[in-house]
Write a protein that binds this ligand. Structure first.
Ligand code: ADP
Ligand code: GLC
Length: 482
């Protein structure tokens, strides 16, 4: 099959979260299964990997928007892994700025609906102009949900774009792309689609909702999250529209790329290790403690955090109890992330208060995120909701036991510890509160000191888990053929 991914991020080009990892690794996995896969992303000012050769593809391309507006852009191309061709849409007006979605104060860019409607249209224009003729066009999240609408409502002539299957994956329903309706003319969607079952949402335009309507198939990134969103508890108002898709809405568990995330081969960590030869983990822990200003002691368990600082992640609740935890238990925290200013300030400040017990890195660093995974004993994700979550899956591979809230993909990927026989791969709690976090961390820490044999058994079980794309990519294949 010929498959085109259209997304706002893709590893190793540009990444703010798990979306990039999934777009990068799922596209490769599908190519490995023998499909011809192209990925189309914006060309941002900041691409994280400087080592990829990016060449010009089209010097100019005209993109027709609504109201007869013409936007001009250029296109670049690269082949990072030799299997998947990546195209990058270059528009200084829309993408040559610091930040992907927000400014440095974490405020959404005002022109986001214009930027991503343009990008969605431009990606389809590129497919048309290159004569790629995809069987499937796979869009991701609200930023490219408009792709599904353009496919079904514009005249695509002989290009076959309107005949391709429109698949939309929801990585996070908490972000729907809701903006003032005045952008609709620029987007070029007929006002007849501005109804409550398609684009309209309390008088505004909801991109994700429109995408769900027009998509032939909608997926999300874990079975449990599919269930939660259908039930309404986590759907942010979209449950009725998801339910209306019937069997054309499905949760497929994300896979991960073990060529990037495996302690046996990871180039970002001081020493490699595996389930059989675990020694190297101690060197990683030492380095982590040193880099985070923690007391260097191999006998003190370290709990890691690598996260966007966003409401979704529940770190505000961890913030309420982390001081009490380190005051009453022998444990350390290595916390890295960026996002909401209040949380950034808190985690920047607290290491000074709890010297040697809590360390933090406020910012984004690919290399450091691998060190936190490798050097920690536990990894905490107290998420309010978590469509899939990749960090707990990486943690399992690094023998770093997850402490997670029992929700979404965290629920599907972490197996609860059983004190009777030491089975399980992590520690889960249901209700999100400072006390629940305190108690569950206490449970993990007491297991570390009192039942080390159980910790060893869990680590082995965790490192054996296989969350590669092998199975999940085949599930996508099935829905592409649906
Ligand atoms: P989400 O996509 O909701 O942020 P995931 O767990 O699916 O959550 O994926 C997060 C990805 O982003 C992981 O690969 C993680 O390592 C990475 N990440 C998050 N914050 C940072 C950071 N500050 N520096 C480096 N990588 C980060
Ligand atoms: C989103 C979700 C996260 C998921 C990722 C990749 O950002 O918040 O849970 O793992 O997308 O699908």
């Amino acid at each position: 099959m010929k498959i085109a991914f259209i997304a706002s991020e893709c590893y190793p080009f540009v990444k703010t979260g798990g979306l990039a990892d999934v777009v990068g690794s799922l596209s490769q996995a599908l190519a490995t299964l023998g499909h011809e896969v192209a990925v189309i992303i914006p060309y941002y000012k900041k691409n994280i990997s400087q080592n990829i050769e990016i060449s010009p593809f089209f010097d100019t391309m005209c993109v027709h928007m609504g109201s007869g507006i013409e936007e001009w852009c250029s296109v670049k191309t690269a082949m990072p892994g030799r299997k998947v061709r990546v195209f990058l849409i270059e528009s200084d007006k829309y993408f040559f700025r610091d930040g992907l979605y927000c400014d440095s104060f974490n405020n959404d860019f005002q022109d986001n609906p214009y930027r991503f409607a343009f990008f969605s249209r431009a990606a389809l224009q590129l497919l048309r102009d290159t004569d790629f003729r995809p069987d499937v066009i796979h869009a991701h999240d609200w930023q490219t949900a408009a792709v599904c609408a353009y496919m079904k409502t514009w005249d695509w002539g002989e290009s076959g774009i309107d005949k391709a299957k429109a698949v939309l994956t929801i990585h996070n329903i908490g972000y729907q792309g809701i903006y003032g309706a005045d952008c609709l003319d620029y987007c070029g969607f007929d006002w007849k689609f501005f109804t409550s079952d398609i684009f309209e949402d309390y008088g505004r335009v909801n991109f994700l909702k429109g995408g769900i309507h027009f998509a032939d198939f909608v997926t999300t990134v874990s079975p449990k999250y599919a269930e939660e969103t259908l039930g309404g508890s986590q759907s942010y108002g979209l449950a009725p529209y998801l339910r209306s898709k019937n069997e054309r809405y499905l949760g497929i568990l994300n896979g991960v790329d073990y060529s990037v995330w495996d302690p046996k081969t990871d180039k970002n960590i001081p020493e490699n290790f595996s389930a059989r030869s675990f020694k190297g983990k101690a060197a990683c822990k030492r380095e982590l403690q040193r880099r985070f200003g923690l007391t260097e002691d191999e006998n003190i368990p370290v709990i890691g955090v690598v996260s966007r600082f966003a409401y979704q992640k529940g770190l505000d609740i961890l913030a309420k109890t982390v001081g009490r935890i380190v005051d009453s238990m022998v444990v350390q925290f290595a916390i890295m992330g960026s996002g909401e200013a209040e949380l950034e300030n808190f985690f920047r400040w607290i290491p000074g208060e709890k010297h040697g017990k809590i360390g933090s890195f406020i910012g984004y660093s690919d290399e450091m995120s691998h060190l936190v995974e490798a050097g920690s004993d536990f990894f905490i994700m107290p998420s309010r909701y978590e469509p899939c979550g990749l960090n707990q899956i990486y943690s399992l591979k690094y023998g770093t036991l997850p402490i997670v809230r029992n929700t979404g993909g965290l629920s599907d990927t972490v197996q609860q510890y059983c004190e009777a026989d030491g089975s399980g791969t992590g520690f889960k709690f249901d209700y999100l509160s400072p006390d629940a976090i305190f108690d569950t961390v206490g449970w993990a820490v007491s297991t570390y000191f009192d039942r080390p044999k159980h910790i060893e058994k869990m680590r082995k079980a965790a490192m054996k888990c296989d969350f590669s794309w092998k199975n999940s990519a085949k599930e996508y294949e099935k829905i592409y053929k649906f």
